[in-house]
Design a protein around this ligand. Structure first.
Ligand code: ABU
Length: 499
């Protein structure tokens, strides 16, 4: 019957319960089939089609929107096709991004969240989720090493969490900016390393500080900020008439996975009275691993921290926390007190109406899936999961160290799960590493990546840096990935590179 019914026949239609069950059960079957395939290594990571092919329509799959309702059967076909032409980011051989994996408990959390379909701005409509957010933020602050309870919020991604940190740092130094804007302020300067995430520059642009007032600090060969370079950048900014106010340090850079020297940076920030932010979007999860948490030593001295559980902790997208040491500053900085939403005379403690801390109005519930996963694994379970990801990276590093047909971008052991390397095809092995070889090597990774996408067997990313031609970056955040998958990756690069 489903082929004769439409969305109007589902609840809240008075006779809609049976059809609703039938439709959702069919949908769950589709999702379960997809989940099973995701973990099946004989299934492809992706079935790649160019944008124009998808737009033209494939085997009846059309992106066009009809004037008349489609029947429920067609909607289920649309759901199946949407997954079919997408990318299985939970596949053990999807190594392309920092966020990978398909955690079943996290997925259950996301389903429940969508079913509850509420909004994080007031306790009134999200009482349980608001308290869960408080519990989780406190737990994360403890892991960072803050003795006192601070502040925080889940944000729509690490870039926005970083944006908040710049906003708060500026407000902390110049609270008058909230009413007077930038015209009342001197020329501000902020500092971030050349390997840090581009969102720091974007924040400077969005907040009217300007990207040219972002001082980019030099890194060592491993991608870590050099403290003496930071100090001289601060002095240079002061000499140029700027007022330094903020330093971003990174725990786990996007490409190299490097950890900045937080203790040194904290000393410099204290000396110059600067807000220290740690962008631990990628590296924050390591705080849950006894084996690796020492890499973040000094993070406890930060004024704010970005930590994305949707990365190495494997929480479904998206789940990014901003943690702030100074309690109350988020509200002070952002509060506008919309009377229709944040009435002070509600029948409960309205400090739990956290919505006015935010720069948004409506805020998605990102916390529940993380809370449920934390219950399911415990902190120790997360720690072991993260350890396994880093073991995969070490395995890949060890293999590459012994191969003649690959070259590591840096020879030291990975600190996070990023491994950066070149594949050197036979024709380039006989050429001296000079300009011509570099020119040709630059083309190797994109060509192999294109073949990976065509065959759908595996996916990893590549990029150049200012001094280095295109190289592969392999990252491990999927607990389903094994050492055999790592072996497969190298065999596949060689196979595709020779073809
Ligand atoms: N900073 C967002 C993550 C980028 C990546 O997955 O490579």
């Amino acid at each position: 019957r489903i082929e004769r019914q439409t969305g109007d026949d589902l609840l809240p239609h008075p006779d809609g319960e049976k059809m609703t069950r039938c439709f959702l059960q069919e949908l769950v079957s589709i999702l379960l089939a997809y989940i099973t395939k995701t973990f099946d290594r004989s299934s492809k990571v992706l079935d790649f089609h160019h944008p124009h092919q998808l737009k033209e329509g494939l085997e009846g799959f059309s992106l066009e929107l009809p004037d008349q309702p489609e029947n429920l059967e067609q909607l289920l076909v649309d759901c199946r096709d949407t997954l079919k032409y997408g990318v299985k980011t939970g596949h053990p051989r999807f190594l392309n991004q920092l966020s990978t994996g398909l955690d079943i408990i996290g997925l259950a959390g996301e389903w429940l969240t969508s079913t509850a379909n509420t909004n994080m701005f007031t306790f009134e409509i999200a009482p349980v989720f608001i308290l869960m957010e408080e519990t989780i933020l406190r737990k994360m602050q403890e892991k960072v090493g803050w003795a006192e309870e601070g502040d925080g919020m889940f944000c729509p991604g690490g870039s926005i969490s970083n944006l908040y940190s710049v906003l708060l740092a500026r407000y902390d130094m110049y609270p008058e900016v909230k009413t007077g804007g930038m015209s009342d302020l001197p020329r501000l300067a902020l500092f971030t390393s050349e390997h840090s995430h581009y969102s720091v520059k974007k924040a400077a642009h969005i907040l009217g500080i300007g990207t040219k007032n972002v001082f980019v600090v030099k890194c060592d060969a491993r991608g870590k900020m050099i403290p003496v370079e930071l100090e001289s950048s601060i002095l240079r900014a002061k000499n140029a008439g700027c007022v330094p106010f903020y330093v971003n340090a990174t725990a786990g850079t996007t490409v190299y996975g490097a950890f900045d020297p937080f203790l040194h940076i904290a000393d410099i920030c204290s000396k110059h009275g600067l807000w220290m932010h740690v962008d631990a979007a990628w590296g924050g999860g390591l705080l849950l691993s006894e084996r690796h948490c020492g890499k973040l030593r000094g993070i406890e001295r930060a004024s704010s921290v970005t930590w994305n559980p949707h990365k190495i902790m494997g929480v479904p997208q998206q789940c990014s926390a901003l943690l702030v040491k100074k309690k109350g500053i988020l509200l002070e900085c952002n509060q506008l007190g919309a009377q229709y939403l944040f009435q002070p005379d509600k029948p409960y403690d309205v400090s739990y109406d956290t919505g006015d801390k935010s720069i948004q109005c409506g805020r998605h519930v990102d916390v529940f899936k993380l809370w449920l996963m934390w219950k399911a694994k415990g902190s120790e379970g997360f720690g072991s999961q993260i350890n396994r990801c880093l073991e995969n990276a070490e395995h890949l590093f060890n293999l590459l160290s012994e191969r003649e047909d690959f070259e590591l971008v840096f020879k030291s052991k990975p600190e996070h799960s990023n491994v950066c390397f070149w594949y050197i095809p036979p024709s380039l092995r006989v050429i001296a590493p000079e300009a011509e070889r570099d020119r040709r090597l630059h083309e190797v990774a994109p060509k192999i990546k294109a073949k990976m996408m065509e065959t759908g067997s595996v996916m990893i990313g590549y990029q150049p840096t200012t001094e280095k031609v295109n190289f592969f970056r392999c990252v491990f955040s999927n607990p389903a990935t094994t050492k055999e998958d790592v072996d497969f990756l190298l065999d596949e690069i060689v196979r595709l590179g020779c073809g």
